[in-house]
Design a protein. Structure first.
Length: 258
């Protein structure tokens, strides 16, 4: 919990510092309001947070965004892209907001402005061998993670790991474990739980959490008007029971930060 507070404090300070220098390419809240629709980018390969059901983009984050944006009096134009393209495109003004389970980090907060978090979670170790549960069990092992994620960053800090293998999507990292090309996979704890529940025969063993993080949407660096409107609407859906209903639908529990 202390870590959550520290991260939140850093994010707040960063957001305040950047408010003064709104990026030239980003649309302001007024411009978005005139248009009536906000352009939101996500990945769509990270169930149950953002994924495709056939050709329909769906997931917890899509539902939360729909609730929030409705409160803002806008509609959403969705875009789905590779995880790596999301924050870059935001900086180029190609969309107004990104929601793709990004953990708030000091490094990312240099490039974008984070909104208030929409859930709290962390990176979990998953293996097929029940003996691989904790960080120390990763010594001498090959670990799969999605490129560009906080999992990569945190796994790299674990001492004595043999190799960290990067994959373009989290699904690819999971497949690598499934086919025993790696010894372990590190992903979000709720992603891990969902995968284990859906594939009871696959032998996925949920291990320890490696680290915890606050997950938030991001807007262009310094786009304070948009972040403030999003935060206000998010607080409203968190207060009126609609966030809780969506969270229970996907996770059977309320996953907001406490
Ligand atoms: N929470 C992790 C991070 O901050 C992973 C996010 C992965 N998101 C996705 N849509 N694949 O990097």
């Amino acid at each position: 919990m202390k870590l959550f507070k520290a991260v939140a404090a850093i994010a707040t300070v960063t957001a305040l510092t950047l408010c003064a220098t709104s990026a030239a390419l980003a649309r302001t809240l007024d411009e978005i309001r005139q248009d009536g629709k906000i352009v939101i980018a996500t990945e769509g390969q990270f169930a149950p947070f953002n994924f495709f059901n056939g050709s329909t983009l769906t997931g917890f984050e899509m539902d939360v965004a729909e609730l929030v944006v409705k409160k803002m009096g806008l509609t959403i134009e969705w875009k789905a892209l590779g995880f790596d393209a999301l924050l870059t495109g935001l900086r180029q003004g190609r969309w107004d907001l990104v929601i793709a389970s990004h953990g708030i980090s000091e490094e990312r907060a240099k490039a974008v402005t984070f909104t208030a978090p929409h859930y709290c979670s962390g990176g979990m170790i998953i293996a097929l061998d029940p003996a691989i549960k904790s960080a120390k069990d990763l010594a001498g092992k090959v670990v799969a993670v999605q490129t560009g994620t906080s999992y990569l960053e945190n796994v790299q800090k674990v001492a004595a790991i043999k190799e960290v293998k990067n994959f373009p999507t989290d699904n690819d990292a999971r497949s690598a474990l499934n086919s025993r090309r790696v010894d372990a996979w590190v992903t979000d704890r709720f992603v891990a739980k969902a995968v284990a529940e859906k594939n009871p025969g696959a032998g996925f063993q949920l291990g320890d959490m490696l680290f915890i993080e606050q997950i938030a949407a991001a807007v262009s660096k310094g786009n304070g008007s948009l972040a403030a409107a999003w935060n206000k609407a998010l607080a409203e859906v968190m207060a009126d029971g609609s966030y809780a209903a969506v969270s229970k639908k996907y996770f059977h529990e309320d996953i907001r930060c406490h």
